[in-house]
Design a protein around this ligand. Structure first.
Ligand SMILES: [Ca+2]
Ligand SMILES: [Ca+2]
Length: 186
């Protein structure tokens, strides 16, 4: 009986650790990377070469460079989402009341009226009929994570495992070599 309980505890502990590991952005398993590389090698290579060229330093692409890319993507999505609401904040107080949206809706096309209504309702998280400044910020944060979620962030960080010489920076050469190894293996 004691043995059974101990075994159960070990299982629970292992399970808990697995759960935590999934939360951290840099804990993706190699399988996810291998799958992304194999799914569409040309597209993967092109996207990663762009990343190395755009965010890599003289030594190559580092953790910091990937972090900057992730932050920029998220900031763009956050700004677009917040802009949608701020563009109909007619009195500029940082919040959108229903009357402001109705005025904006009158000037909008029939097709976008419904969309505006949906966006207003979705952003008004507490449903009090006012999209507050805090709700606009929260919607921006959510949009940023929808644009580039923690899973994709982890996948991007995992390309650093292709850093063959282990200096913490992935070069275009190392990336190409990894793609050649993949092609040879399949
Ligand atoms: Ca307002
Ligand atoms: Ca509200």
């Amino acid at each position: 009986m004691v043995k059974l309980v101990a075994a159960a505890m070990v299982v629970v502990l292992l399970w808990a650790q697995g759960g935590l590991a999934q939360e951290a952005p840099d804990q993706t398993d190699g399988a996810a990377l291998a799958e992304a590389m194999a799914r569409n090698p040309d597209r993967f290579e092109a996207a990663m070469l762009d990343l190395v060229a755009g965010f890599g330093g003289p030594e190559g692409l580092t953790r910091e460079g990937i972090g900057e890319h992730v932050a920029l993507e998220r900031a763009g999505a956050r700004a677009s989402a917040m802009r949608r609401m701020l563009a109909i904040d007619l009195d500029g107080d940082g919040a959108v009341v229903r009357v402001e949206m109705q005025i904006a809706q009158r000037a909008a096309s029939a097709a976008s009226r419904g969309r505006m209504e949906r966006q207003f309702a979705a952003t008004d998280a507490d449903g009090d009929g006012i999209v507050s400044a805090a709700e606009i910020i929260a919607e921006g944060k959510a949009a940023a994570l929808r644009a580039l979620g923690s899973e994709e962030e982890a996948l991007l960080l995992s390309v650093l495992t292709l850093d063959a010489d282990g200096d913490g920076a992935l070069t275009a050469k190392e990336l190409r070599a990894a793609m050649v190894r993949l092609a040879d293996a399949t």
